[in-house]
Design a protein around this ligand. Structure first.
Ligand code: GDP
Length: 453
């Protein structure tokens, strides 16, 4: 396999920049661009050793640098690795990479370092995917969950289930091949017990998926309400910046303003929309149409009401539109005198929060309610967690096969028929961890990484 190199730090000027080289010839190639201050050649260094020195191109030094040597298999990729830390100016970092490429390394593809780590058995697919999640983590919970995944919490859960299934499957295969032998572990109760246990573990993973998704991916949220209810002010409060224009003239928020904000541990992907109401103004009507579509798509709706005004026809329309959606009624402007018919709101919404978007009161209550709504308030980021749709699909398919197997076992079908279903479940779980994933699946996963990872 070729020796590859890429810039592993971000594409902005920073204190230091790191160029990572991985492959059989990593040390040899690094030696051509790096000269240590005390004259020690890199090739004489043991793994986990750093040297201070200079990087050069065409025999001319252009920056001070530190070279860190890792020896196979004790490195991120499992190969020989050298990391060159230089000053993090974009020019210097690019120049160092170019020197390394000129010295014989090939440019790394997106995710290639992590892909090699996977191919060398340093991590399984669920862990590799967690690396991507960790890089894009936007909040504390999400980073913690991804880190646990990287530590292998999901892999070990899946391994437990797999072990049990493989044991039972082996017993049944033996029974099919040697029907006269006594196989003590193999009884219907034992089989049913094992299947139930596996299903319980896998179903727990699926149950945890949505709250996990909420914590790691954020919630698609639409803020809706009649003009002047305070949608833009609420959005500004949440995003802490002036994203949408707050004015007194009704219907000014004509288009959808979007942005991701952090609300405590949660990330909300917000869109503040034109007020939902009837309008003869064409431009505004387009905005309203978009708002309605947004409302349809959103996983969470924040329906904003102005508590300083009596309930209007627009409010009534909004209440009707919210039915059946995961919705929080946000009763705004609590700093003003109450004129809104609260009973009507209470009768229409299960979740109500009272805020003053202008003063910032009530944001914490809103966070609490949203977490509760998404089952995220008890979210345990130390529990194993499925990180994405691919992983979820594998577990879901495995559950389907095992449920069939369990039904079959209970109905007394033969062991070899049950075993076929168990084998299908095993296949799904091996795909999940990558032991049996097709090249296409693997390539697809790593192509979503950034270069240098
Ligand atoms: P939108 O049309 O729903 O986006 O409403 P805006 O956010 O533009 O707010 C309309 C007006 O209400 C603005 O003058 C805001 O300053 C005011 N406003 C928003 N929230 C509050 C609040 O909590 N208290 C008071 N007193 N005024 C508010």
């Amino acid at each position: 396999m070729s020796t590859i190199a890429a810039i592993s730090t971000g594409n902005t000027a920073s204190g230091i920049g790191v160029i990572r080289i991985s492959g059989e010839k990593a040390v040899e190639i690094a030696e051509k661009v790096f000269i240590s201050a005390d004259g020690t050649p890199l090739s004489s260094l043991k793994g986990y050793t750093a040297k201070f020195g200079r990087v050069c191109a065409d025999g001319t030094a252009f920056d001070n640098a530190v070279a860190l040597v890792f020896r196979a298999p004790r490195s991120y990729t499992g190969e020989n690795v050298v990391e060159l830390s230089v000053h993090g100016g974009i020019f210097i970092v690019e120049k160092t990479l170019q020197a390394v490429l000129d010295a014989g390394a090939a440019p790394a593809q997106a995710g290639e370092f992590t892909k090699r780590a996977f191919l060398n058995g340093k991590l399984d697919l669920t862990q590799a995917e967690s690396v991507a999640e960790l890089i894009s983590a936007q909040g504390e919970e999400s980073a913690r969950a991804s880190y646990n995944l990287l530590q292998g919490s999901l892999s070990s859960k899946i391994s437990q289930v797999l072990e049990l299934l493989l044991d039972r499957s082996a017993d049944m295969a033996a029974w099919v091949d040697y029907p006269d032998e006594e196989i003590p572990e193999l009884s219907e109760e034992n089989l049913i017990g094992a299947l139930e246990q596996c299903l319980e573990s896998l179903n727990a993973l699926l149950d945890n998926y949505e709250s996990g998704l909420v914590m790691t991916q954020g919630i698609d949220t639409a803020i809706v309400g009649k003009p002047n209810a305070g949608k833009s002010t609420l959005m500004n409060l949440l995003s802490g910046s002036e994203k949408s224009i707050v004015t007194h003239i009704e219907g000014t928020t004509r288009d959808i303003v979007e942005g991701s904000v952090r609300l405590g541990d949660l990330v909300l992907h917000l869109s503040d929309t034109a007020g939902i109401r009837k309008s003869d103004d064409i431009v505004e009507a387009i905005g309203i149409k978009k708002a309605e579509q947004r409302l349809e798509r959103a996983a969470l709706v924040l329906a904003v009401f102005d508590s300083s005004l009596p309930l209007s026809a627009d409010d009534e329309m909004l209440i009707a539109q919210c039915s059946g959606k995961r919705c929080v009624a946000v009763v705004n402007k609590t700093d003003l005198e109450l004129k809104l018919d609260l009973d009507k709101i209470k009768n229409s919404f299960e979740n109500i929060v009272y805020i003053s978007a202008k003063n910032g009161d009530g944001a914490e209550e809103l966070e609490g309610i949203i977490k509760r709504l998404f089952g995220a308030e008890n979210f345990d980021s130390t529990a194993p967690l499925l990180a994405n749709q691919r992983q979820k699909a594998c577990v879901k398919n495995a559950v389907a096969h095992l449920t069939q197997a369990l039904d079959g076992a209970r109905a007394g079908i033969t062991f070899d028929a049950v075993n076929v279903m168990i084998d299908s479940a095993i296949d799904e779980l091996l795909t999940l961890t990558g032991k049996k994933a097709t090249e296409e699946v693997v390539n697809n996963i790593f192509s979503r990484f950034c270069v240098g990872k």
